[in-house]
Write a protein that binds this ligand. Structure first.
Ligand code: GLN
Length: 326
């Protein structure tokens, strides 16, 4: 058992929060581990027992419906039974259509959604295609000749040096809208420094069109040309970040956007936002509705996690795998 799994088993909370993580699981990269840890930090903060359902984005796609109907059905069942949906960052076009479908499902059904980097970009493509009726909208990463390029190559740094084009490391995001969920979660800060790792970004020339249709760009860089945070205001929690908030999350300092996701997924967002607007900055003491802690029947009363017969430790668990993918 690694340190993370040990920690998961020790979280004492009884009420589950079920997050569908929609990605490409041919191997668990470091970035998924950071996302997992950030989810855990936020769940502990919200007094919830985290359950991560790993959904392979390709399994949500129409082609899987024909080729592997059982996998398709299982993936959609997991997605639909989740309290919240997270689409993490990634590269390459495999599974991209599944990520778009996950964002569409979350948007249309008012299910809390956090899209990180590629997860934000695909939410933007989804919005363009299905809300703005632009069926050819795409990222030029996946279609260099896209008729409606709503996510485009926006490198930073050298164009001639290999690997020198990525927008990388800590960069500043300025909040452009005070009355938005992400600004509140960050304690009504004027700006925030988060880490980046990407080459493509929302096409700044399409921003007015998006905003007219109801997708708001509430965080931007100092030039106003790089879109950093999106929100759909009339959705309970639909947020995308071009940066990677997971990298700065710590157990005692959970990432605000992850706290927002878990709080929204467990019916506590209003309380958290209220606390934030009272000058309270995450982390701190909110009164979460976990009730007094009494161990569930399958738990030892000595405070230690017990291994269940099926090999899944009690406490926080991953029903669809154990968080480690070969
Ligand atoms: N880290 C990521 O998610 C990268 C997203 C996308 N592939 C880009 O380069 O912009």
């Amino acid at each position: 058992m690694n340190g993370l799994q040990e920690l998961l088993c020790l979280t004492p909370f009884r009420i589950l929060v079920r997050i569908a993580m929609v990605g490409k699981y041919t191997g668990l990269s470091d970035s998924y581990l950071s996302v997992l840890k950030a989810l855990l930090h936020a769940s502990v903060y919200c007094h919830r027992k985290l359950v991560v359902d790993w959904v392979a984005s390709t399994d949500l796609e129409d082609s899987t419906k024909i080729e592997a109907p059982d996998a398709y059905k299982a993936a959609w069942n997991l997605l639909k039974s989740a309290d919240g949906i997270l689409v993490p960052g990634g590269f390459g076009d495999r599974g991209v259509q599944g990520k778009i479908l996950a964002a569409k499902y979350a948007r249309e059904n008012n299910v809390p959604y956090l899209g990180i980097c590629l997860g934000m970009q695909m939410a933007v493509v989804e919005f363009a295609r299905h809300v703005m009726n632009l069926p050819h909208a795409n990222s030029t990463e996946f279609d260099p000749n896209a008729k409606t390029p709503c996510v485009i190559f926006m490198p930073e740094g050298s164009k001639t040096h290999m690997g020198g084009t990525m927008r990388l490391g800590s960069r500043r995001t300025f909040f452009k809208v005070a009355d938005c969920k992400s600004a509140k979660l960050y304690g009504n800060a004027d700006y925030v420094d988060e880490r980046h790792r990407h080459r493509y970004e929302v096409n700044p020339d399409m921003v007015p069109e998006f905003e007219n249709a109801g997708l708001k760009f509430v965080g931007k860089d100092e030039s106003d040309r790089r879109m950093e945070i999106i929100e759909i205001p009339n959705h309970q929690y639909f947020i995308g970040a071009q940066f990677h908030p997971e990298f700065k999350s710590r157990p005692a300092k959970p990432s605000p956007l992850f706290v927002g996701l878990i709080a929204a997924s467990s019916g506590q967002l209003d309380k958290v936002l209220q606390g934030c607007s009272n000058g309270h900055v995450i982390p701190g003491k909110h009164q979460f509705s976990n009730g007094p802690y009494t161990p569930a029947a399958h738990q030892n009363t000595n405070g230690h996690a017990k291994k269940l017969a099926n090999g899944v430790a009690n406490g926080t668990y991953y029903p669809n795998g154990n968080g480690v993918h070969a």
